[in-house]
Design a protein around this ligand. Structure first.
Ligand code: DGL
Length: 250
């Protein structure tokens, strides 16, 4: 099994980490559009155009499936990607809600969705949560977390100030959907901010569950061959991969 993983930049490596840990693929072709990141501040048409260009790149490889690790792409470009791809395309939004449904049975619980402006304004998470019967959810764009993670500030006063800025009015929360590739890297501190009482949903873990349940994929490949491509500065992507994927990387 060979997967293509698409992201706006480096963040999708958090999804790659889950895919490698669960040994679902023999090979992963990763493309990060590092020359044009962030997608989270761009409009729908631009995100669709960039995504279709990435699809053309992936057509050069004999992949079995395309996973859009990027929540902003998953929120806006899945129908267009599916129309034009010769292989199945899966995004991270529906799997995220399915993962939440498995963990939270009580539909009255308080859910917080965080992500980029593009993801939150698309209303995709909110629409699916409503369809599934969840009654109490709020959403909040938290775009500052993206550069904070890219600076490697996974803890400390900058992150604390940003969390306070975004979360100070939010009272009781039972679960948080981390609707952005970057957020798993600060998930420990987000959880701590909410007194370690909230359940966190991570796109990487959610997509693994979806691939196992929906596509019947199993732990089969002890080693995953990871090929990394970027539209700008591929060396930086490789350095970050060495840092973030350790000890996963082979
Ligand atoms: N990968 C993006 C996402 O998950 C975050 C970075 C960006 O804005 O491009 O939405």
């Amino acid at each position: 099994m060979k997967a293509a993983v698409f992201d706006s930049g480096i963040g999708g490596l958090t999804v790659v980490k889950s895919l490698i840990e669960h040994k679902l693929f023999e090979e992963i072709i990763y493309f990060g559009d590092t020359a044009r990141v962030p997608y989270g501040i761009k409009d729908k048409n631009t995100i669709i155009r960039y995504s279709l260009e990435a699809l053309e790149f992936f057509k050069n490889f004999d992949v079995d499936i395309l996973i859009t690790a990027c929540n902003s792409v998953s929120a806006h470009a899945i129908p267009e990607l599916r129309q034009n791809a010769p292989f199945p395309v899966v995004g991270v939004i529906e799997p995220g809600v399915l993962a939440l449904e498995k963990k939270i049975k009580d539909k009255e619980k308080n859910i917080l969705i965080i992500g980029t402006n593009a993801t939150i304004s698309s209303q995709k998470y909110q629409k699916i949560l409503k369809e599934k019967g969840f009654k109490n959810f709020i959403s909040k764009p938290t775009p500052l977390f993206v550069p904070i993670v890219e600076e490697g500030l996974f803890e400390g006063e900058v992150l604390e100030a940003a969390m306070k800025h975004y979360f100070q009015d939010i009272k009781k929360i039972d679960a948080i959907i981390l609707g952005c590739t970057h957020f798993p890297l600060i998930s420990k501190n987000i959880k701590k901010y909410f007194n370690n009482e909230a359940i966190l949903i991570h796109s990487g873990e959610a997509i693994v569950e979806h691939l196992e349940d929906g596509f019947g994929l199993k732990k089969r490949f002890p080693n995953t061959n990871l090929k990394l491509f970027a539209s700008e500065n591929p060396e930086k992507l490789k350095q970050i991969a060495n840092l973030w994927l350790k000890p996963t990387i082979v």
